[in-house]
Design a protein around this ligand. Structure first.
Ligand code: ARG
Length: 475
């Protein structure tokens, strides 16, 4: 907004000289504080690639519809290509006085090609321009995230396949509940991350309409072809309401909501890794690559990556809330509040992408201690439900009675300091005289998981069937 090349505040100079591009009706420069609060180039420079792509498509459309000449379009395209190269080489001058990425690009274009640069903004406003750029950025972020989710799912699948038959305790209330396999447990996350990927894909499909051409808010009097720009930029169609096009940010909210849910899933897995890593559990080991030491306690190996992934869920949840609060009170259409849509969104996806990649690395690195898991799987009376089911199946007891008798067996085992499989037959017969030695076949953790053959159950064959299904989906 300020002009470094002239000290005197000129009155109504041509655009871009001595005043901001919008400065025609202004006589004075904005206050420094105004500039400080207004400027967004520090963060919206991340939209540079999208801004250039949008401008190129817009210029091409202005030419095919006869709004600008071929010569002007050629000059604009050439100038934009130069800017693209400058950005790639890190020599593009991002300048605070031009406020945001849109005006930085246009100002540079004017320096490079002169007058034709001023024709690029015909039939366009920064309102539809920023809506377009940001939408394309979020669309790209969704695509990248799906790729990272797939990589994480593949890491989980490989680990699950290696341990499809290895037993561990399954928990409810973090109390040992019933034995499951480690592969089954990991596959639960494959399902969650699969739904996350489909949420991003759904959000992407819904956001894939092009707002360019909505102009300031009401559309354009020029004979623009919105289908042409939509198609050139990979959109399914143009948006159908110009007010909505400039006012809406629900594409970002939806992506952030999907991100927040995904981060919650990541956080839960991270929490489990933290628990499994404790010497008290001793279920898994991470290599030096994904742990850190303590500066005072030489014995420590801390699961910092898991902890940080767990914590980053806070950022994702906060980002959604931040943008939701920005948007909730805004009348149609654009308000400058909406400039604050970018930082939370950028931060959220930065955190999410890092978390997804770190989690994939950690999952691949994870080495389960099969012996410890098996020992834990067989303890805590984890096969009590199997005993009750056996009483129902073999002796025809109603489940409630079987549940009661099994409870008594657990109590007796506790008194004797043994697991259910260690309870002598005569003790079991005190609870029901018809119990036979065949009951011991169902009281091991291995037998318990093998019996759970229902679709989606934890039997190794079911787990392998799900691994196969997911491999086909991900192939
Ligand atoms: N930097 C602005 C933003 O990010 C661009 C749109 C400005 N539009 C306006 N009418 N001032 O939202």
């Amino acid at each position: 907004m300020t002009d470094d090349s002239s000290n005197a505040p000129a009155r109504n100079p041509p655009a871009g000289q001595g005043q901001a591009m919008w400065g025609g009706r202004f006589s004075d420069k904005p206050a420094e504080l105004m500039q400080a609060i207004n400027v967004s180039i520090g963060f919206d420079k991340r939209l540079a690639a999208q801004d250039l792509a949008g401008s190129r498509a817009h210029a091409a459309m202005l030419r095919t519809t006869g709004v600008i000449s071929s010569e002007d379009e050629a000059a604009i395209q050439q100038g934009l290509a130069t800017i693209e190269a400058e950005i790639a080489e890190g020599v593009f001058p991002f300048r605070d006085e031009f406020e945001d990425i849109h005006m930085n690009v246009e100002a540079r274009l004017r320096e490079l090609i002169g007058t034709p640069a001023g024709r690029l903004h015909t039939a366009r406003s920064r309102n539809d321009q920023v809506a377009l750029d940001f939408r394309m950025w979020v669309r790209d972020a969704c695509d990248r995230t799906v790729g990272q989710l797939r990589a994480l799912q593949n890491a989980l699948l490989a680990k699950a396949e290696a341990h499809a038959g290895d037993v561990m305790p399954g928990f409810t209330h973090l109390q040992p509940a019933q034995p499951v396999t480690f592969g089954h447990h990991l596959m639960a996350y494959v399902e969650m991350f699969g739904r996350d990927a489909s949420r991003f894909a759904d959000a992407r499909a819904r956001m894939n309409e092009c707002p360019l051409g909505a102009a300031a808010l009401a559309g354009s009097p020029f004979p623009i072809d919105r289908r042409q720009t939509a198609q050139a930029l990979g959109f399914d169609r143009p948006t159908a309401n110009s007010l909505d096009s400039t006012a809406d940010r629900d594409f970002a909210l939806e992506a952030l909501a999907a991100g927040a849910i995904c981060a919650i899933h990541l956080s839960r897995l991270a929490e489990e890794i933290v628990i499994w890593m404790t010497p008290q559990f001793g279920f898994v080991k991470l290599s030096d690559a994904f742990t850190t030491g303590s500066s005072i306690m030489p014995q420590k190996k801390n699961p910092d990556a898991a902890e940080l992934i767990r914590a980053k869920a806070g950022r994702l949840l906060a980002s959604f809330q931040q943008l939701a609060v920005v948007m909730k009170g805004l009348p149609l259409t654009y308000s400058k509040d909406m400039q604050e849509d970018k930082v939370p969104t950028f931060e959220a996806f930065d955190a999410l992408e890092l978390s997804l990649r770190a989690m994939a690395g950690m999952v691949s690195d994870l080495e389960p201690n099969i012996a410890n898991m098996a020992k834990a799987a067989g303890s805590g009376f984890s096969t009590a439900t199997d005993l009750a089911d056996w009483l129902v199946r073999e002796l025809g007891l109603p489940f409630r009675d079987a549940h009661h008798a099994t409870g008594a067996a657990v109590k007796r085992a506790e008194e004797l300091g043994v697991e259910l499989s260690g309870l002598p037959l005569d003790e079991l017969r005190k609870l029901n005289p018809d119990i036979t030695s065949g009951v011991y076949d169902v009281l091991t953790a291995e037998a318990s998981v093998a019996s759970r053959k229902s679709y989606g159950g934890t039997s190794p064959e079911q787990v392998r069937a799900q691994i196969k299904r997911w491999k086909e989906i991900l192939a």
